[in-house]
Ligand binder design. Structure first.
Ligand code: TRP
Length: 479
């Protein structure tokens, strides 16, 4: 795992709840997000409103959720004014959708079908007509989010781990096909308190189950929620001995660093039947408001100044969009230049020093298009390529040859003559690195009328340096 202090951490917040965030949201995600903006080199967070369309259908609701969740997270302590922090809104970045479309072709139905959220529905025998494609596509959209911003470390809860792993696979496949372009993200599992139990003492805290304690609601509502905490059911009167393990209020106290001695005192008296629930809850309620005072005050301050929030949001959206555009440039530039050259040529020659993987990609491509390909390496790579890219594939048009500077021309000549002879065609592409000059001399000498593109180390290098790429494109010979 890459060190946090050297990484870009990246995570999204699905604004699917309209009712304001609660204790579980804070300890499950918000608190860590805030802490990580200090620890990481850079941090990017966003409101994943495209994702929320999967469950929220009312446009007005979507808009107000985005705004409120943005405010809630600002209040938790995200500081997008800081140089190393960007906090934006997904739908302000249309490039994400564009990348999603491209990535759709790098992932199989089979892989997506393994996704838990989808499998659950299938297992519950939900009619396939009622499962929308947004759910199936969810991990691909999430991959587009992460990959377009070069997210390196992605802190998420357990339920999202699989999605990040799919994103990682997608990046890997993309790079294998088109060359090193996208950063492969790593998951950072947020174990710590990821599952805050609700006030029923049983299920995960959730607004929809009504077992939550709000962070931002009015005091009175919070008081009610706290007084609704389920305590040891065996204890009917304050004088009955109780079991503190059956009273989730003690769990919250631990979670929130409530004074240890005081808590232990309460627990002791609880066991002995010497304290009423009201006394404990009253004390916890006061503590709770105090604990969240700063956060709640901030919420009021931002809430009173929507203009300021809007400006902040827009500024962050713009910053994020710049990054997304840069990535799309890489993603797109790569495809047309290299692929066009490959598409153009009827015969392909790959020469040493293009990486193994890129060569493998070209071999695979050539097989699919039934184009003859000659792979030249200074080492004997026959076995390697056969094993990795040609296993079980029958293709007599793939030739893998070891060459020396001396016999290079001869190898190329033999190969070309074979196809010239068979097909009477002269077009070919040469993907070549360090023997370019020699080859050109030879081609001129033979008065070939072929159109030759020299994609000099393109597969390997083009993404690293714009300049370099332009240089060798400029060099494309006309012979
Ligand atoms: N799916 C995440 C959730 O429901 C939110 C999300 C969307 C996300 N895109 C992301 C998280 C990218 C991390 C990275 O919680």
């Amino acid at each position: 795992m890459k060190k946090l202090s050297e990484s870009l951490i990246f995570s999204g917040i699905n604004p699917s709840s309209s009712k304001g965030l609660h204790l579980g949201n804070y300890f499950g995600a918000g608190k860590q997000h805030v802490e990580m903006q200090e620890k990481a080199k850079r941090a990017m967070y966003f409101i994943a409103d495209y994702h929320s369309l999967n469950t929220v259908y009312d446009p007005k609701q979507v808009r107000s959720n985005v705004y409120n969740t943005y405010l809630d997270y600002l209040s938790f302590g995200l500081e997008p004014e800081k140089k190393n922090v960007i906090f934006f809104v997904e739908s302000a970045i249309p490039e994400i959708c564009e990348l999603n479309i491209i990535l759709n072709n790098v992932v199989s139905m089979a892989e997506l079908s393994k996704m838990h959220a989808y499998k659950d529905k299938i297992q519950k025998k939900e009619a396939s007509e009622s499962i929308n494609h947004g759910l199936f596509n969810y991990p691909v959209l999430m991959a587009a989010d992460i990959l377009i911003f070069n997210g390196e470390v992605v802190p998420v809860g357990e339920d999202q781990v699989q999605h990040v792993e799919i994103a990682r696979d997608i990046a890997r496949h993309f790079n294998a096909r088109y060359g090193e372009t996208l950063v492969q993200p790593q998951v950072l599992l947020q174990k710590e308190a990821a599952r805050v139990v609700g006030t029923d003492g049983e299920r995960k805290m959730s607004k929809s189950l009504g077992n939550d304690i709000s962070v931002f609601n009015d005091d009175e509502i919070i008081r009610k929620q706290i007084f609704g905490i389920k305590t040891d059911p065996a204890r009917i009167h304050p004088t009955d001995p109780g079991n503190p393990d059956k009273n989730v209020i003690f769990t919250y106290m631990k979670l929130m660093d409530y004074d240890d001695t005081k808590r232990k005192g309460f627990e002791q008296r609880y066991k002995e039947g010497k304290v009423g629930d009201v006394e404990i809850k009253e004390s916890f309620y006061k503590f709770y408001l105090e604990y969240f005072k700063e956060i709640r005050d901030r919420r009021k301050k931002y809430g009173a100044d929507p203009e300021k929030v809007k400006v902040l949001m827009e500024k962050n959206n713009n910053e994020a969009r710049e990054i997304a555009r840069e990535t799309m440039k890489k993603v797109k530039k790569y495809y047309p230049e290299v692929m066009r050259a490959l598409e153009d040529s009827e015969v392909i020659i790959v020469e040493d020093t293009v990486s193994n993987f890129s060569t493998g990609f070209i071999i695979t491509y050539a097989i699919q298009r039934r184009k003859p390909v000659l792979v030249l390496w200074t080492e004997d790579k026959k076995k390697y390529f056969k094993q990795n890219f040609l296993e079980g594939v029958k293709n007599e048009n793939v030739e893998i040859e070891k060459y020396t500077q001396k016999n290079l021309k001869e190898k190329i000549r033999t190969f070309l003559n074979k196809y010239d002879h068979h097909q009477g065609k002269h077009r070919f592409n040469l993907i070549i690195d360090n023997v370019e000059r020699k080859y050109l001399d030879w081609a001129r000498y033979n008065k070939r009328k072929s159109r030759t593109s020299i994609i000099r180390g393109a597969i390997r290098k083009s993404l690293n340096s714009d300049l370099e790429y332009k240089r060798y494109l400029a060099k494309e010979p006309k012979i």
